[in-house]
Design a protein around this ligand. Structure first.
Ligand code: SF4
Ligand code: SF4
Length: 299
C-alpha cells in the first residue's frame, strides 16, 4: 500500500487524510459513497447491470439508489454521526459521468452544505474529457479511472460495446474509442493537478500479461496510483465472463503481477472494492444504519 515513503511530498499532503490512499489514514478517517448514478454507457464482460458497477465494487452488491437531494441529506447525517468522515465518493451504481446532471448536482449540494468534505469520483473514462473542467470547478481532488487495456484487440475481449455520441460501437472500434478517451481524460486531469488513480481488473488469459504495459501507459500520463484488482467471477453473478467459465486470478498470480509493476509506480493493495453506498472506515460497512428511510427521519 501507499505510505509516505512512496509518494512525493505534494501528493502525500493531498492524500494523507484519505482512507483509500494512505495505509495509516484508513484506520482513522472514514469515507462514504452515495449511489446517485444509475446509468452506464459501456458494457464490461464482468458486469451484471442488476448490481453495482464492478469497476469499483465487489460483484453481486446492490446499493440503494438516491436522488442528489437525498444524497446530500445523507452526507450531513453521516458527517454528524461519524466525525472522521473526510471523503465523499460517487462510484455508481453505474458510471458517474454517464449521469453527469445527478453527479454534479450532488457535488454542488455538498459543496454548499459541507464544504470541508473532499470529493472523489470513479469512472470508466468514456466521457471524462468532456467533464474535466466541471470536475476541476468542483474542486474534486481524486478521480479513479478503470483502465483494463491500451490495446483495442484486448479491449474487444473485455468490452462488447460502448454507447458514444448517440451511437453504439462494437468490438475493436469500441475499445479503440474507449482507450483514447480514457488516456486523454487521464492526461487532462493530471495536467490540472487533479490526483488520478487507475483501477485495472486482472483477467487471466485476457489482459494479465498486458497490464504491465497499461501500468507504463498510465504512469507516463501522471497517474499516482495503480490498483490492480482480481476479476471476481462467479456464475451466479450472471456476467458474460462468469457464464463462460472465465476464472479470476489466484492470490499468487495477483501478487506476482503487482510485484512486477511495483518498481514502476505506487501500487495500491488495500482497496476493498467497497459498495456504491459504503459508509464508514474501510473494512467496516455502516450503510445499513443510513438507509434512505433512516436518513429522512433524522433532523
Ligand atoms: Fe458495469 Fe461499471 Fe462496466 Fe458500466 S462501467 S458496464 S456499470 S462494470
Ligand atoms: Fe477506497 Fe477502494 Fe473502497 Fe473506493 S473501493 S472507497 S478506493 S477502498
Amino acid at each position: 500500500g501507499a505510505g509516505q515513503g512512496d509518494l512525493s511530498p505534494e501528493v502525500w499532503e493531498k492524500v494523507k487524510n484519505h482512507p483509500c490512499y494512505s495505509e495509516e489514514a484508513h484506520h482513522h478517517y472514514a469515507r462514504m459513497h452515495v449511489a446517485v448514478a444509475p446509468a452506464c454507457n459501456i458494457q464490461c464482460n464482468y458486469c451484471n447491470r442488476k448490481y453495482d458497477c464492478a469497476n469499483e465494487s465487489r460483484p453481486g452488491v446492490v446499493s440503494e439508489k438516491l436522488t442528489p437531494e437525498q444524497a446530500a441529506k445523507k452526507v450531513l447525517a453521516v458527517a454528524s454521526t461519524i466525525p472522521q468522515m473526510t471523503v465523499l465518493g460517487i462510484a455508481g451504481p453505474g458510471d458517474p459521468l454517464a449521469n453527469p446532471e445527478k453527479t454534479f448536482k450532488t457535488f454542488e449540494l455538498i459543496a454548499k452544505t459541507a464544504p470541508d468534505i473532499k470529493l472523489c469520483l470513479s469512472t470508466n473514462g468514456l466521457m471524462l474529457p468532456d467533464h474535466v473542467d466541471t470536475i476541476q470547478s468542483f474542486n474534486v481532488d481524486h478521480v479513479t479511472i478503470t483502465i483494463n487495456m491500451v490495446d483495442p484487440d484486448i479491449g474487444a475481449q473485455i468490452y462488447p460495446w460502448i454507447f458514444y455520441k448517440n451511437k453504439r460501437y462494437k468490438g475493436r472500434e469500441a475499445a479503440q474509442i474507449l482507450s483514447e478517451r480514457q488516456l486523454q481524460g487521464l492526461e487532462m486531469l493530471t495536467e490540472r493537478g487533479i490526483l488520478c488513480k487507475v483501477n485495472s481488473v486482472m483477467i487471466p488469459g485476457i489482459n494479465d500479461q498486458h497490464l504491465v504495459e497499461v501500468n507504463r501507459a498510465v504512469k507516463s500520463r501522471g497517474a499516482f496510483l495503480h490498483n490492480i484488482m482480481p476479476l471476481i467471477s462467479a456464475p451466479e453473478h450472471g456476467t458474460v465472463f462468469g457464464l463462460n467459465g472465465q476464472r479470476g486470478p489466484s492470490a499468487q498470480e495477483l501478487k506476482a503481477l503487482q510485484d512486477s509493476c511495483e518498481g514502476e509506480m505506487n501500487m495500491m493493495r488495500h482497496c476493498r472494492q467497497c459498495r456504491a453506498d459504503a459508509v464508514g472506515l474501510l473494512g467496516e460497512d455502516r450503510s445499513a444504519e443510513f438507509t434512505t428511510e433512516n436518513v429522512m427521519a433524522m433532523e
